[in-house]
Design a protein around this ligand. Structure first.
Ligand code: NAP
Ligand code: NAG
Length: 290
């Protein structure tokens, strides 16, 4: 009961804060801005590119598959992008990550939004059997390449007083079984970028960091990975991308999507971690995971 006395007013307060957002968001804020979106050949990254395109941004999209990137660029132009180009690169190679920024600089002349979204390595559900190669691969693609891209783009972003939008996951807030390396990479991202945000503020550098904390989203790859291994209902990738772009442009510290269900779990996590472990455990069909 005592918990409810705190929880209920807190949730009402949060709700009021969430719905009463005084800032207004318009396409004008994005028109002509220079944006790089990684992992944008499919999924949420592709939708983020379309969202920026609709508002007239100058886009560079990047991933490994050129045939898909070509189509994304065409669609961005159709949707209203001021310009759209692609760079083919594999983020498991940190030199390539560095080159993506160099190519972006020569294509756009600068950068306003760095959207770090790609995910690679072994991300399907699997048991941890101590394979260090899988761990190293995941941390390289899903963590180190993000830091390399950030490091290479830092000067451009400081010059433009731009923003970094980092796509994280509930998995980066609550350890997810059967995806240990991916979970570790997302936790590492959360640590790095929250530290960087504060460091920039203390140094009075106007470079902002928004972290998106996502639940289960209906991208093709995520639905394939989850398959019959979990009982969960996914949320829309289009709506997800809209929320991410809006939160990034308005310089929100976090974008939590879908909001209520994830926020509730995050609040519980701090107060009743064992209960959260049990609740989450119930959605896994362990017998289907190898
Ligand atoms: N969907 C969800 O349920 C969910 C939940 C929480 C968080 N998230 C986060 O949301 C982000 C996007 O997820 P998503 O579901 O949209 O994933 P997705 O559809 O699998 O897209 C991943 C993107 O990354 C690219 N990529 C993969 N390996 C790469 C590599 N080695 N080098 C360069 N690019 C590479 C892929 O393109 P190529 O294969 O062409 O390279 C693709 O464009 C990720 O950060 C993910 O962790 C997703
Ligand atoms: C990484 O990329 C660089 C530059 O594109 C290339 O020279 C190098 O051979 C690549 N390394 C590997 C291991 O593929």
């Amino acid at each position: 009961m005592a918990v409810l006395k705190i929880l209920v007013p807190l949730l009402i307060g949060l709700g009021a804060y969430y719905f009463y957002s005084p800032e207004s968001f318009s396409a004008e804020m994005v028109k002509g801005k220079r944006v790089l979106v990684t992992g944008s050949s499919t999924g949420i990254g592709e939708q983020i590119a379309y969202e920026f395109a609709r508002m007239g941004a100058n886009l560079v999209v990047t991933a490994r598959r050129e045939n898909l990137l070509e189509k994304v660029v065409q669609k961005c132009l159709k949707l209203g992008a001021s310009s759209a180009q692609y760079v083919v690169a594999d983020m498991s190679n940190l030199t390539s990550a560095q080159e993506v920024i160099e190519e972006t600089k020569s294509k756009l002349g600068g950068l306003d939004y760095l959207v770090l979204n790609h995910v690679g390595g072994v991300v399907g559900f699997h048991l941890f059997k101590g394979d260090m190669e899988i761990v190293k691969q995941s941390l390289t693609v899903n963590f180190l390449s993000y830091i390399q891209l950030t490091s290479s783009a830092l000067e451009m972003l400081q010059e433009s007083e731009g923003s970094i939008i980092v796509i994280s996951s509930m998995t980066g807030r609550i350890g997810s079984p059967f995806n240990t390396e991916y979970s570790a990479a997302k936790f590492a991202l959360e640590g790095f970028y929250s530290a960087l945000r504060t460091e920039m503020r203390l140094r009075k550098i106007n470079l902002y960091v928004t972290v998106a904390v996502l639940g289960y989203i209906d991208t093709e790859n995520a639905m394939k990975a989850v398959g019959d291994r979990m009982s969960l209902v996914p949320s829309s990738k289009e709506e997800c991308a809209q929320k991410i772009v809006r939160g990034g442009v308005l310089r929100h510290r976090e974008v939590i999507f879908p909001y209520w269900s994830q926020k509730f779990v995050l609040l519980l996590r701090d107060w009743m971690p064992n209960l959260v472990d049990q609740l989450i455990g119930k959605s896994y069909k362990v017998e289907n995971i190898h």
